[in-house]
Write a protein that binds this ligand. Structure first.
Ligand code: TRH
Length: 397
């Protein structure tokens, strides 16, 4: 897949720049490092900060940042320093405490680092960056301070969200312009299709769908409905956890990158997992995006196309209220029947009911116009990196 230029990422940082350390423990998949890496690139590229990322899993990181070497304890990618956080107490070879410290998703900082934060002449601005949730309580907890029980340090809870009063979600300054360039250039789109699938851009009568999801029992029924649909469907499947089910449907041994298969109206391409900046083009090239977790869920919103969210499943179905909270924001002004149809489809994709493609298609025009309107609404909340940088600066004064 071709890569879209990301925000201007310098290879050096100005002397005296604000120093920021981001600590990231990868729980699973790519979302933890995906969010941290995007934030790091923005703070460095758009705010001129000198950023260092501590990450415990270089393998997961390398999938979305192929420039990364797996065998190096410390390395630079552009201007960003990456430290392999190889054990919980590791805080770099020499202990340096940054002006801003971001603990992602409540991972625990090395105790020696926290002790050094307390000894610093000016205490760093310390954030716990939380997971994204569209629930209403998020605005009440966003930016709440939490004093450390032993040290004269205060940690601030930074909550991403979809509504006013939250930290917002990540959005690079260049993103809308890059999407507009791609969408208005048939040559760019055709080059993307040829590079990515070896084929020309499909006709306007085709529905192009990108499919990034966890294992999902509903996929078999959906693949059958696409196979039997009146209009052609082209499915683009980045290699991953859903690939096994797609392979079984087509009767192929695997659905590894480069595989192409057809049945009835459905034609499917398996894609290599692209570096993070390349993923957006897949969303822009598609008419409907199936996304998951946190970061791809956000990117689909900026792609301004109808999307279907496979939310990260939690025990006791704790994820379902979060799914409904996102639906409530996203579908608020839709006519009742369209809102109900999207709710049914998202629920079915998350284990509650059966997905009905014809029902989705019936309301597709409403979903498409709502997607563009929603992207503009969401942008009003502001970009997370910008919101965080602004707050941090007020604390540094
Ligand atoms: O991978 P995810 O499911 O990640 C997570 C984690 O499971 C995490 O523990 C959980 O808490 C969180 O979800 C909610 O989904 P996500 O967040 O969409 O991250 C995927 C990242 O991978 C995202 O940054 C986009 C990127 N990506 C690429 O770089 N190239 C690709 O080809 C694809 C398909 C994705």
């Amino acid at each position: 897949m071709s890569s879209i230029p990301s925000s201007s990422e310098p290879t050096t940082t100005a002397p005296g720049a604000i120093a920021c350390d981001i600590f990231c423990a990868v729980i699973d998949n790519f979302g933890d490092i995906g969010v941290c890496w995007r934030l790091a690139r923005q703070l460095a590229g758009e705010h001129g900060w000198q950023v260092r990322v501590f990450v415990d899993d270089l393998h997961a990181f390398q999938k979305l940042c192929p420039a990364l070497a797996l065998d190096r304890a410390r390395q630079k990618v552009g201007s960003i320093v990456v430290e392999h956080w190889h054990e919980p107490e590791h805080a770099g070879d020499t202990l340096e405490v940054a002006d801003i410290v971001i603990e992602a998703f409540a991972c625990e900082l090395p105790s020696v680092y926290v002790a050094a934060m307390a000894q610093r002449e000016r205490a760093p601005v310390w954030f716990n960056l939380e997971y994204l949730s569209a629930e209403d309580w998020v605005a009440d907890f966003h930016l709440r301070p939490s004093p450390h029980p032993r040290y004269p340090l205060t940690k601030t809870f930074f909550f991403p969200g979809l509504g006013p009063g939250t930290g917002g979600v990540l959005k690079e300054r260049h993103l809308d312009a890059a999407r507009a360039d791609f969408e208005r250039s048939p040559a760019a789109r055709d080059a993307w299709w040829r590079d990515t699938t070896g084929r020309a851009t499909p006709s306007a009568a085709t529905t192009v769908i990108s499919l990034f999801a966890y294992e999902n029992p509903a996929v078999d029924s959906l693949l059958e409905q696409w196979r039997d649909s009146d209009a052609p469907v082209v499915l683009l499947v980045p290699e991953g956890r859903i690939s096994g089910a797609v392979a079984r449907f087509f009767g192929t041994a695997t659905f590894a990158a480069g595989t192409h298969a057809e049945r009835g109206s459905l034609s499917a391409h398996a894609l290599g997992f692209t570096e993070q900046t390349g993923y957006d083009a897949l969303l822009w090239a598609s008419d409907i995006n199936f996304v998951r977790g946190e970061d791809s869920f956000v990117r689909a919103q900026w792609a301004a196309k109808p999307f279907v969210w496979h939310i990260y499943p939690q025990v006791d179905d704790a994820h379902l209220p979060k799914l409904d909270a996102a639906l409530a924001h996203y579908t608020r002004p839709l006519p009742d029947d369209a809102r109900a149809a999207l709710g049914r489809f998202w629920h079915a994709w998350n284990g509650v009911g059966q997905p009905d493609w014809a029902d989705f298609q019936r309301h597709r025009a409403s979903f498409t116009s709502r997607a563009a309107e929603w992207a503009a609404e969401l942008a009003q909340v502001g970009d997370l990196a910008g919101n965080l940088a602004l707050f941090a600066k007020t604390q540094l004064k």
